[in-house]
Design a protein around this ligand. Sequence first.
Ligand code: AMP
Length: 217
Amino acid sequence: MKIILLGAPGAGKGTVARLLTETDGSVQISTGDILRASVREGTELGKQARGYMDRGELVPDSLIMGIMKIRLQEEDCKKGFILDGFPRTIPQAVELEKILETLGIKLDFVVNLEVPREVILDRLTTRRTCLSPECQEIYNVKSNPPTTDDKCKKCGSPVMQRDDETEEAIIRRLSTYTQKTSPLIGFYQREGILKNFVSLDSKETVGKIREALNKDR
Ligand code: AMP
């Protein structure tokens, strides 16, 4: 499959993308994960991106496009990909169209995950993430907590709140989403490739996305 996942922070893009990769070996490409890895490793990209990320702002388009131009041409993308958190602005979407055209790649469709704002706020403030870069299992202190000493149940690494999941950063991220990213819904609707999914349960949503993929084939 070749799809883009749209949705506010906390809409469940990461979880849905991971479950979808199990369908057919398509690779999940999360610009947020790529950037967090660069910050951890202290690369030049990480140094440039960190301030924006901690404040809950978007990293400049030029940095993101530099990463994605290369990433989309890597071998593992040939089987298919799920773009999680990219594009995030109209200029990124326009640039992506050009890249895909050059590479001769056609998207199946764009998935928009619709989740009520109060659900999103509750999810983001209660979300915890495994610090291991290989694992990154997502927990929820209310519905799916880590071990009592805050360790990952899968790999034993510490489980923490992300730096951009403080209340202040969350409010900033949601407002950035409304201003910069939500216009992409109209953009892809006009192109006739948008599919909306009301998503409260990731597994159910993945089932519906798979059905839509099969129908379109
Ligand atoms: P995410 O994990 O997708 O919520 O991304 C975490 C943070 O990384 C965002 O709040 C942005 O600061 C940055 N980021 C991720 N993807 C993008 C993108 N496509 N464009 C700009 N900034 C991004």
